[in-house]
Design a protein around this ligand. Structure first.
Ligand SMILES: C[S@@+](CC[C@H](N)C(=O)[O-])C[C@H]1O[C@@H](n2cnc3c(N)ncnc32)[C@H](O)[C@@H]1O
Length: 314
């Protein structure tokens, strides 16, 4: 770790600030503080006395964030944890509500680029993929123990992988001889299992399987569903929340969650008066998801798949 540099380009920084509109003295929650690029901008905008609570499931990310945010002193408060537990963590800090929340989902470039974390098929490393390396099953545990049906379902649901069953069957054959332990073993197995010429050559055939395993290992979609609910409950009236997602499964959850909060009356048509008494809880700040501009995508290709959605609580 000593000679590894935490490098991560924060996605759509200008758009995030515009949506969150941080002001002096406000309190923010960054549920995915990572390398603290966005957090730094929020702390600058909330000077001189605004506070930012930064959470991350990854202790290495927190170490990087703590170095980067040191100049802000006790205005930056960092905690190890899942943003799905944000309400409990903030309650422990004596914070009942916040002015703004950012969730910049998924993994950081640092996690992807650090071979030993096992997120990437570009280099050989133990098949781990846990953001929080102190808890839960590794990707190796999953591929060596899960049934063919369950592996197929995960590759299909979380990777939208066309050859899910073929790959799961191949895993089952190989692990019967010897367990799969490294990223390279899995990447090569997938490449051999899918029909040649069916996957565009610019995409590694294992891309979708790696994404699927990562989502499963970290229960990313469950955390997102819980995290959105908890985050909404923490927002003050007038408070804002911005969420950046990196694939369609995440974006769909965010879009539906926000849409559900702007839905007004849910009474069946024909009732003479409204009996549900539902009023919109939020205003959408982004009617359509925002995407990074060409210049940003050129400088940081990872920004290509990012979609930013934001709301203001009424
Ligand atoms: C894309 S990076 C965030 C980068 C950050 N916005 C910046 O500007 O440097 C996502 C970070 O969120 C963390 N993360 C992902 N899911 C999480 C969750 N459910 N709870 C807490 N942290 C999470 C990852 O460990 C990673 O460090």
């Amino acid at each position: 770790m000593a000679d590894e540099i935490f490098q991560h380009y924060s996605v759509m920084p200008g758009e995030v600030l515009e949506c969150l509109h941080p002001q002096s003295g406000e309190v923010f929650l960054d549920g995915t503080v990572g390398g603290a690029g966005h957090a730094c901008l929020i702390l600058e905008a909330t000077a001189p006395d605004g506070v930012l609570v930064g959470l991350d499931r990854d202790r290495e990310a927190l170490e990087a964030a703590s170095r980067r945010l040191a100049p802000f002193g006790d205005r930056a408060v960092l905690r190890h944890g899942n943003f799905a537990d944000a309400d409990r963590i903030l309650a422990e800090l004596g914070i009942a509500a916040v002015d703004g929340i950012l969730l910049d989902l998924g993994v950081s470039s640092f996690q992807l680029d650090t071979a030993r974390r096992g997120f990437s098929f570009q280099s050989d490393a133990p098949l781990d993929m846990r953001m929080d390396t102190s808890a839960g099953l590794t990707a190796a545990d999953v591929v060596n123990s899960m049934s063919i049906d369950d592996l197929t379902r995960i590759f299909r649901e979380y990777g939208e992988e066309r050859y899910a069953r073929r790959i799961a069957r191949r895993i089952d054959q190989v692990r019967a001889e010897t367990p799969l332990l490294t990223t390279r073993e899995l990447a090569e197995l997938v490449r051999d299992a899918v029909p040649k010429g069916r996957v565009p050559s610019r995409i590694h055939p294992a891309t979708r399987v790696f994404q699927a395993l990562r989502i499963h290992v970290n229960a990313e979609l469950d955390s997102l569903r819980d995290g959105l609910q908890r985050a909404m409950a923490l927002l003050k009236p007038g408070g804002r929340m911005a969420v950046i997602s990196f694939h369609s499964l995440e974006d769909r959850i965010v879009k539906q969650f926000f849409r559900g909060k702007i839905q007004v009356c849910t009474c069946p048509p024909g009732l003479p008066v409204c009996v549900c008494n539902r009023t919109a809880e939020v205003e959408l700040l982004t009617r359509k998801g925002l995407r990074a501009g060409d210049a940003e995508v050129e400088a940081n290709p990872r920004a290509r798949s990012a979609v930013l959605r934001a709301i203001r609580r009424l």
